[in-house]
Write a protein that binds this ligand. Sequence first.
Ligand SMILES: [Fe+2]
Length: 218
Amino acid sequence: MSLARLKSLDPPHKGLRNALAQFSLLAGKTNYGNTASVKQLQELGEEVFHLLFDHTQTEDNYILKPLDEKQPGLAAKESAEHIEINELEKNLKQKLDAFDGTQTDEEGHDYYLQFTEFHSHYLLHIAEEDRHTEVMMQQYFTDEELIGHQVVIMQHMDFRTLLLWFKYIVPARRREENRQVLEAFKANAPAEAFEAVRQTIQGVLSPADFALLMEGWL
Ligand SMILES: [Fe+2]
């Protein structure tokens, strides 16, 4: 029996699927002719697009680059797709920022469909990465090296971005997995940082799920 290998891409991809699904749902019921309704979508968009941009950059630096160093060309397809995806994201974010609550239903519907097209494309991209890129990472790097990458990623991340990742990843993963990450974080981070993470998580889990996750810490 072989032990399960570390999956570096799994947590951020689950978090992004959660974030994208939320944005898709809200974009479909937004009243584009109403300022408050549009503002709500823009606020969610700030978070979702921030994570999307952050993730592509992280993958470029800590997944695709190390793979390419092992064997030139290994990550060529994913790197090319990242450039295309980045353009689509920038375009969608710019359009979102330009909305001011005076758009017609048709304009809103067109934006919703554009997002949906991007969403389908993106889901396929990350599923391919989960099936192929993740396996290549496991092939070329030991779990210790993969953990080393994760430590460097976290060290370079600003706290706001880290909190956002917790916000979308925690509701998308199993309790034991969350518990493991939180225990490691609690052991290494200042008490105020853990408290901020705790509050963030409380805001996105049901009271019952939050109580189970925090059992013994409250
Ligand atoms: Fe990617």
